[in-house]
Design a protein around this ligand. Structure first.
Ligand code: PXP
Length: 251
């Protein structure tokens, strides 16, 4: 049985630490806890303003990933010094995301249609892939954008699920989102580009996507850390892992 992969974004463990400038909670312990409970990957996002993950966290989390022989998915904007840190660290994946200083969290996918942006992403992608690191691009489920991603030869794209997740929470009709996700999946499958998902997802909004067998990987962060306040990080991870097992992508 093959299940979709569960990547846990532990940024908000660092948010709690940075809030007080303390040494705790430990990023290493967070990473170990999610792997001990069945997660497939850790995701961290080093932001330009360093509001949660710090540069020093990156090798710490990478070491735990190596101990568990699991991939690190390192998210970043196209900032040369962060890309250099990624190359030095050697994660399995770099996920390139758009980043605006004033945003509370990532607000949408990369604009690959704008020629200037496309050039920046293209140069960053080439540099990272030349160092043997797989690249995923965080994009909207929109065909012209996916065609541009395909031109770059990336190994995967991560489809922005934030608007879907918002509408799920608000009880809106999800059909338009699901149709776009199917269209994206069919395109990506044709070109053997991994179809990943992330942003704003909860257990219930993820379950709907799992049932529809839309994505091979999900990166989930904020909801998991919030739910951990009540259930603990280990238990929350374990319950999600069990949910993924209910909906195998292949038998
Ligand atoms: N994927 C990407 C590309 C992101 O930028 C984020 C947020 O950093 C996530 C996944 C996780 O989103 P959330 O914390 O809303 O689950």
């Amino acid at each position: 049985m093959t299940t979709a992969r569960l990547g846990i974004n532990i940024d908000h463990v660092a948010t709690l630490r940075q809030q007080r400038g303390e040494e705790y909670p430990s990023m290493a312990l967070a990473a170990k806890t999610v792997f001990e409970n069945g997660a497939d990957q850790i995701t961290i996002h080093l932001r330009e303003d360093r509001r949660h993950i710090q540069d020093a966290d990156v090798p710490v989390v990478k070491k735990v990933c190596d101990e568990y022989s699991q991939p690190l998915n390192f998210e970043m904007g196209c900032h040369p010094e962060i890309i250099d840190l990624a190359i030095k660290t050697g994660p399995a994946w770099v996920c390139l995301v758009p980043e605006k200083r004033e945003e509370r969290t990532t607000e949408g996918g990369l604009d690959l249609i704008d020629p200037e942006n496309f050039k920046r992403v293209s140069e960053a992608t080439k540099k990272i892939r030349d160092h043997g690191i797989m690249v995923s691009l965080f994009v909207e489920a929109n065909l012209p954008t996916l065609e541009k991603a395909n031109e770059l030869g990336v190994e995967a794209v991560e489809i922005h699920t934030g608007d879907y997740a918002r509408d799920f929470q608000d009880g809106m009709d999800l059909t338009p989102h699901l149709e776009k996700f199917y269209e994206a999946k069919n395109f990506l499958d044709k070109y053997e580009i991994g179809c990943h998902a992330g942003h704003g997802l909860t257990d219930l909004s993820t379950e709907k996507l799992l049932k529809n067998k839309l994505f091979v990987e999900y990166n989930i962060g904020h909801w998991i850390i919030c739910q951990s306040v009540f259930e603990g990080l280990g238990k929350t991870t374990e319950k999600l892992v069990d949910l993924f097992k209910k909906y195998p992508v292949e038998d």
